[in-house]
Write a protein that binds this ligand. Structure first.
Ligand code: HEM
Length: 208
């Protein structure tokens, strides 16, 4: 079902290729562990999924730019890639540290990582057409969980600051950028509602 069209296969191949190339380069030449580089890829893909919505609100002039249209059209695939990179990062940490996944203490110790992975998994599982039809109005509510991610990511990276790599400032910078952008978007939405601006657009936080 997932591979019903050519685009899905192209995305799957692109994902596997990026994973292999990045793992190879990171394991040979990078001072940061492969797991951390995969975490950065997860953050980058997540940021890409937010760009169309933010552009529509903050810089509507360029909302028809081919890159924005492309990102908007393939948002689901990029989101799934973000989950997969994050899961690989989590899996590598679990394997490296021989964590016991049946021990509740592990989930408490890695609470932010576990919450992140849980949210990404939920968003991925509900990102297909069948779930859109099944969940109806609730689907948008579930997908809005995506706006909780930057806060938890910030907590996750800040809590892991003791072992810094070149990945840390880039990931931290991206997360701060996203928090700032989403904050501005929310602020504009509040101002619009407060001043009763009549707009034909959908509520800001419900835009795709
Ligand atoms: C989608 C889910 C996740 C994302 C986006 C994510 C993202 C990140 C990022 C950006 C870093 C900073 C890397 C650096 O500074 O070099 C990091 C570090 C870390 N993450 Fe995650 N993470 C996720 C899930 C998890 C999970 C499930 C676990 C636990 C099993 C986990 C455990 C860690 C640990 C231990 C570090 C520090 C690594 C080190 O010290 O070398 N993460 N994560």
């Amino acid at each position: 079902m997932i591979f019903r069209n050519k685009v899905s296969i192209n995305f799957l191949m692109a994902f596997v290729l990026i994973f292999l190339v990045v793992s190879l380069i990171a394991s040979r030449w990078s001072s940061a562990p492969v797991g951390n580089v995969l975490a950065l890829l997860s953050v980058i893909s997540y940021v890409l999924t937010l760009i169309p919505g933010c552009v529509k609100t903050l810089v509507p002039k360029i909302k028809r730019h081919p890159l924005v249209v492309w990102l908007s059209r393939h948002r689901r695939y990029i989101g799934v890639a973000s989950f997969c990179f994050g899961a690989q990062h989590g899996g590598i940490i679990v394997a490296q540290r021989s964590l016991d996944m049946l021990d509740m203490h592990t989930y408490r110790q890695y609470l932010h990582g576990s919450i992140l992975l849980g949210i990404f998994a939920l968003l991925t599982m509900t990102s297909n057409d069948r779930c859109v039809r099944w969940l109806k109005k609730k689907w948008k509510k579930v997908q809005q969980l995506t706006y909780v991610i930057p806060g938890i990511l910030f907590w996750h990276v800040a809590d892991n600051m003791n072992t810094q790599t070149w990945v840390t400032p880039i990931a931290g910078g991206l997360i701060c950028f996203v928090i700032g952008t989403l904050g501005t978007r929310l602020w504009i939405a509040v101002i619009h509602n407060q001043w009763g601006h009549k707009t034909k657009e959908k509520p800001l936080l419900e835009q795709k």
